[in-house]
Design a binder for this molecule. Structure first.
Ligand code: NAD
Ligand code: DAU
Length: 358
């Protein structure tokens, strides 16, 4: 298996949950010694505090940050040329399904037009270059909902049901088309639900953890029997790193936890774990569970088959769910400052002050 020589990696959306974990992963777990250029628009979900340590240790010496919108062609082109980019990892997106239901516009702009803009800049700047790679981060949600016992494979037909997944599906199709039509060197990965440090507390696991800590209501949508497949974020980051280094051009790789849980089972489990940690009765926090109105178009079950990446790139999940959850629970318990600043919006005030001129 040939290993690519990655030099100047453009990470889009690197201040978000998975993007910031990915940057930490590279500096902590690999011998990469080129440049990481993080571009992020810093929406509500982008938080540079996620990268404080990286910034302090590597800024200007391997790590660079530029605030930019991936929809801005001229700005992306400038950054592309300034750093002589040879690798792109496109995380930047509007990522929360509920927000896409309330207001799909930003999803269409960032997820579709933003990806299109990156593809165009790459096409213009990478003419005939073979030592380059564009990796697009996608989701299992593009495959739609699947019945019990069946799985999503890389060639499963797309059937997105929310504005979020429809916008991600659309960007995946553009990526595929740029490979087929223009020969742009591309790879795609479709991953299941991630959890871990730095996840914005609007997503199920951090939202439930924080509400349990504060003894607030735990809102479970519908009957709580929707199924998700959970993967610890560092396992996802390592899969992306493997694909960047060894993934075959033009290929899609499914990534998953092989770890399916009904939402209600998972929320019960979180209640028990935290109860145990705090020396309370194991059912103590369950009284907080409240069934609320269902999410419109709520997909019933996602389930990824990830045999291909295991077979071809020798990737596998390292963290089992209990271990990953323990690390995540402890991370949120030990980062009350981060939580307070995110929830109060304090982290954005800092941003506005520091980036007022732009
Ligand atoms: P996130 O919402 O935490 O982070 C998104 C980041 O993108 C933020 O830093 C935000 O500021 C930035 N961004 C948004 N619009 C931008 C724009 N126009 N220009 C530049 N930056 C912009 O998301 P996440 O959960 O880290 O997800 C990252 C990627 O992984 C997304 O593409 C998502 O679809 C995909 N994904 C997420 C999961 C999951 O469970 N979270 C699972 C599979 C795939
Ligand atoms: O499958 C990958 C996808 O996982 C990613 O592409 C998305 O970016 C990411 O947000 C996530 O989407 P989900 O909709 O699956 O994640 P969320 O955490 O919003 O919800 C998980 C499940 O929990 C889902 O069935 C809805 C339910 N839920 C969610 C919230 C926020 C609740 O029951 N109550 C809640 O308060």
């Amino acid at each position: 298996m040939m290993k690519r020589k990655l030099k100047n990696i453009l990470v889009t959306g690197g201040a978000g949950f998975i993007g910031s974990n990915f940057i930490h992963y590279i500096f902590k777990n690999t011998s990469f010694c080129g440049k990481i250029i993080n571009i992020d628009k810093l929406t509500y979900a982008g938080n540079l505090e996620n990268l404080n340590e990286i910034n302090r240790r590597y800024s200007g010496k391997g790590y660079f940050f530029e605030r930019a919108d991936i929809c801005d062609f001229n700005e992306i082109k400038r950054i592309f040329q300034k750093y002589d980019i040879d690798t792109i990892v496109n995380f930047a997106a509007e990522s929360h399904v509920d927000r896409s239901i309330f207001g799909p516009r930003d999803f269409v702009l960032t997820n579709i037009i933003g990806t299109f803009t990156l593809l165009e800049v790459a096409r213009e700047n990478w003419k005939d270059r073979e030592d380059v790679i564009f990796h697009h981060i996608s989701t299992d949600e593009v495959y739609g909902s699947i019945e019990d016992g069946a799985y999503f494979y890389e060639d499963t037909a797309y059937k997105p049901n929310s504005p979020y997944s429809a916008s991600k599906a659309s960007s995946d199709h553009l990526v595929r088309a740029y490979h087929k039509t223009y020969g742009l060197p591309l790879t795609v990965s479709n991953c299941s639900n991630n959890y871990g440090p730095y996840q914005f507390p609007e997503k199920l696991i951090p939202l439930m953890l924080l509400n349990i800590f504060e003894e607030k209501t735990l809102p479970v949508y519908g009957d709580g029997k929707n199924v998700r497949d959970w993967l610890y974020v560092e396992d996802h980051c390592r899969a992306i790193w493997e694909i960047l280094n060894k993934g075959k051009e033009g290929e899609t790789y499914n990534i998953g936890g092989e770890n399916e849980w009904e939402n209600i089972e998972l929320v019960n489990f979180l209640c028990e774990k935290i109860g145990q940690l705090q020396g309370k009765d194991k059912d103590y926090y369950k009284k907080l569970i409240t069934f609320v109105k269902d999410r419109p178009g709520h997909d019933r079950r996602y389930a990824i088959n990830c045999d291909k990446i295991k077979r071809e790139l020798r990737w596998r999940q390292i963290f089992d769910f209990e271990e990953g959850l323990d690390m995540t629970i402890r991370w949120y318990m030990n980062h009350q400052d981060w939580v307070d600043r995110v929830r109060s919006g304090e982290y954005r005030k800092w941003l506005e002050k520091n980036y007022k001129a732009r």
